[in-house]
Ligand binder design. Structure first.
Ligand code: SF4
Length: 329
């Protein structure tokens, strides 16, 4: 309320559903809530309009400092960016509704899971929505499917993914931004350690699931050295990944609200340079992205890995995939 006499704002759509969601569990400072869901498949926009998206959870407990998806909670009138990692909404999974949606897809339809939030975040251990969805998808054929995560929990589903791969195309993208565990703890405070993510790469590769390791985002003077990127790429190859990719950081205003205070605390010497570069434009331009692209290309060739599997989209296009998810979806 702006002033005490303002009439209360009427909540609509996703904000109304979020406000009336039942609390499933309160853990540490994290609250799990159930979100009524009309449909599970969303659709990308713009260049991504042919891609179907699935995000079983809203909010993400991993709390990465650079996360660009925090603004999603703003759709639910949750404007404090930290609530994104403390108020986690699990979509109420209705197997028959999901199955009917999937059956309406055309042969060869592309579905990408985890375009907005991590589908294997801690909530999945309890609610198993991903597991339920993969069980449904395992009885379908002719789909083109991908998953993005930074959780080793994905390896739990290696059996189902292998089953899906017998009738559809499947690949998994696992994010590993650094092998330095202390740095990972700083920038991705509640995500699994890099070594656990690499162990998941190995388990999936052993189950013949193609895995791409993403070293996104590449943060200037934090994880962008040739040595750091090379170490991630070498470890990816050694653990059986078939491709590797990395793209520079971008910082939308909602991400800046968390990233800049983090920099002030952990990398105070970088604050001025980051502010100069990101305050007017969320994207880096000019020499830096070209240099990183060249560096990554050279490293990838050194370790004989391919670039990431299609659909090939710039990282920021994931925003298109996400922003088009209808309220309530
Ligand atoms: S895992 Fe992805 S969605 Fe979750 S906080 Fe990190 S960047 Fe955001």
């Amino acid at each position: 309320m702006l002033f005490p006499d303002d009439p209360p704002r009427k909540l609509v759509g996703i904000a109304r559903l979020a406000a009336s969601a039942d609390v499933l569990e309160a853990k540490r400072q994290v609250e799990y809530l159930e979100l009524e869901t009309r449909r599970f498949l969303g659709r990308g926009s713009g260049r991504m309009s042919e891609i179907w998206t699935i995000n079983p959870y809203r909010g993400c407990e991993f709390g990465c400092k650079y996360c660009y998806a925090r603004y999603a909670h703003e759709f639910m009138e949750l404007r404090d960016p930290e609530l994104f990692e403390r108020k986690i909404y699990a979509k109420r999974f209705e197997r028959s509704v999901f199955r009917a949606e999937v059956r309406r897809l055309k042969h060869g339809a592309t579905i990408w899971i985890g375009t907005a939030t991590d589908p294997y975040q801690p909530a999945e251990r309890r609610f198993k929505i991903m597991r339920g969805m993969l069980e449904v998808l395992s009885s379908e054929r002719g789909l083109d499917m991908g998953i993005t995560t930074k959780s080793d929990l994905v390896a739990r589903d290696a059996d189902l993914l292998a089953q899906i791969a017998r009738g559809s195309r499947v690949r998994v993208h696992i994010t590993v931004t650094t092998l330095d565990e202390s740095l990972a703890r700083l920038i991705e405070p509640r995500a699994p350690r890099p070594a656990l993510r690499l162990a998941a790469v190995r388990r999936l590769a052993e189950a013949s699931i193609p895995v791409c390791v993403l070293a996104h985002p590449v943060m200037p003077l934090i994880n962008d050295s040739e040595r750091s990127l090379d170490a991630v790429c070498a470890a990816s190859a050694a653990h059986g990944a078939c491709s590797f990719s990395a793209a520079p950081l971008f910082l939308k205003p909602c991400a800046q609200q968390v990233f800049f205070p983090f920099l002030e605390q952990s990398f105070p010497h970088l604050v001025r340079r980051y502010r100069e570069r990101f305050q007017r434009n969320a994207y880096l331009s000019g020499h830096y992205p070209e240099m990183i692209a060249e560096r990554v290309k050279k490293i990838r060739a050194r370790h004989k890995l391919a670039t990431r599997e299609a659909p090939e989209w710039p990282l920021d296009d994931q925003l298109d995939l996400f922003s088009a998810v209808a309220p309530g979806a």
